[in-house]
Write a protein that binds this ligand. Sequence first.
Ligand SMILES: Nc1nc2c(ncn2[C@@H]2O[C@H](COP(=O)(O)OP(=O)(O)OP(=O)(O)O)[C@@H](O)[C@H]2O)c(=O)[nH]1
Ligand SMILES: [Mg+2]
Length: 600
Amino acid sequence: MSTIHGEIDGIRKTFLTRIEQLYEFTVPFGQVVTSELAQKMIEITEDLKREIAVYINRRGQITAVAVGDSIAVVLPEIDGRRSANRLSGTRCIHTHPSGDTELSGVDIASLKQVRFDLMAAIGQLDSIIQVSFGIITDVKNDTFHTQTIGPLSLEEFIELDLTYLASQIERQLELNTRTSAIAEPEKSILVGLERQGKWEIQDSLKELEQLAETAGAEVLDMTWQKRERPDPALFIGKGKVQELNLLKQEKGANLIIFDDELSPAQQRNLEKQLNTKVLDRAALILDICAQRARSHEAKLQVELAQLRYSLPRLGGQGLVLSRLGGGIGTRGPGESKLEVDRRRIRDRIGDITRKIENIEKQRNLHRKRRQSTRIPTVALVGYTNAGKSTLLNTLTDSDVFAEDKLFATLDPTTRHMTLLDGQTTLLTDTVGFIQKLPHHLIAAFRATLEEVIQADLLLHIIDVSHPQYQEQSKIVYQVLGELNVDTRNLITVFNKVDRIGNQDLLDQLLKQDNSIAISALSGVGTENLLGLIAVFLKEQKIEISLLIPYSDSSIIAQLYDVSTVHSTEYREEGIYVLISLPPDEINRFSIYTIGAEVNE
Ligand SMILES: Nc1nc2c(ncn2[C@@H]2O[C@H](COP(=O)(O)OP(=O)(O)OP(=O)(O)O)[C@@H](O)[C@H]2O)c(=O)[nH]1
Ligand SMILES: [Mg+2]
């Protein structure tokens, strides 16, 4: 009889036989576990109400079986000496009778101590089998770092390529036991689809290259396929995947970035076939935003978008691989690594949503206060890198961060701007837009974009020196449309004209209504812009409510001179008046404005 380790006293013979039969299972090479073995373990656990653990070696043989009590199992020792940077070559799969698959402190401790290839806990709740597992990701100063992933469905778990995973863990351990390990940039290949009616594929990939480099990856090559519709399973065609696999090997790439958003299934399938981390444009943009978010609010918004994006994608091989050494797509805002435990993600999403709601309430209060003083607001919108922040700096003599990189700005900044006639306005700078902006990001940033939605006037900044400025402009309108922004009060600002030698082009552009050409950097044309803003605001009327005490009732006559009076109501405390008037007249009546009723 093969040995059954652990607490076998008091277990009936029939059970012992069933447990012993676990030794007869084998697992195909490279696979973590089979569905039959997992199911058998769960059955015994349910009948016996005790933990069952098996050890499986890399050849797929069961090397040990152990029984514990209802909460833990004492694991057998493994023989043999191992060097510091190798795993034990054995994985431990065990059951949790409670059905809850969360790994315990003891589970993690044995993962580190035995250096298992992985440590998995299986549980069954409502007849669904789930798995959580831990892996060693790193070693620093002789201390092993681990990460737990899950809960996953049994099918998702079985999809893992254990051979590749273990080789990557050992590679990481080897890197880190060497003294001078320098973090190398991830080596990437970009992939796109060429379709009609979209951007030119080269232009789109060029932008993706900029994004990849901003995120810190090295771009080794790019490739694309002409195809009207993406393949539902692989996004690109089967043959193209094979070609990509060869290219990956030839170039030594460890990251493949797709130019379009992949479905969770496409991403998983591609990772399996390419056996490396696969990301899409959305993940890349979210990663960049996570690195760039500065304010507490922006960090929360980006993290929320990242979590919502990653929740349906957690089963991926690439995600597991990327846990080793972190890297693009796994980095949260600040120092944190992105959470990969489904349960904790759900909790965190709830937590962040509440926090954002609170901040939003504060922001609304501020906005109301501003509205009660009715200083007109102007918002900068435009494609990323168009020069919005530079223009804000020039117009308001400020020093906000502007840089020749995508997504330099994530936090809205509002500054006082004085027009030529001395009128004060508020100018707001916001996050730039980009082609295929992840919708999770738009949703998460909706609150900050409220500043834009509610502005009295929009300045649409276009970098005319960019070859794709027309396409970029279209995207800006598209995103504004998604946000339901009213674009009637908008000035088109053609920026970076210092880079344009072609006067004819400018003359042509300026035929467009309400447009102006400037250089935000040198200041050329900015005075004219200020003039145009003043004209615009003058033409615009703003609706406000006033409460005028009876002692000042002579004011009413003045109101009729400069504004449109919609209604007057005589009440005990005074006369309530609802009027529309040009913003620069507001100051005259500001002592009578009633903030809370403004714009509601
Ligand atoms: N030559 C020239 N460069 C400019 C001009 N305006 C801005 N730039 C440069 O363009 C780059 C991007 O400027 P930003 O002001 O950061 O652009 P942004 O629109 O705020 O970009 P995001 O915050 O990333 O959306 C910087 O390197 C600026 O110096 C201009 O009028 N002429
Ligand atoms: Mg900016």
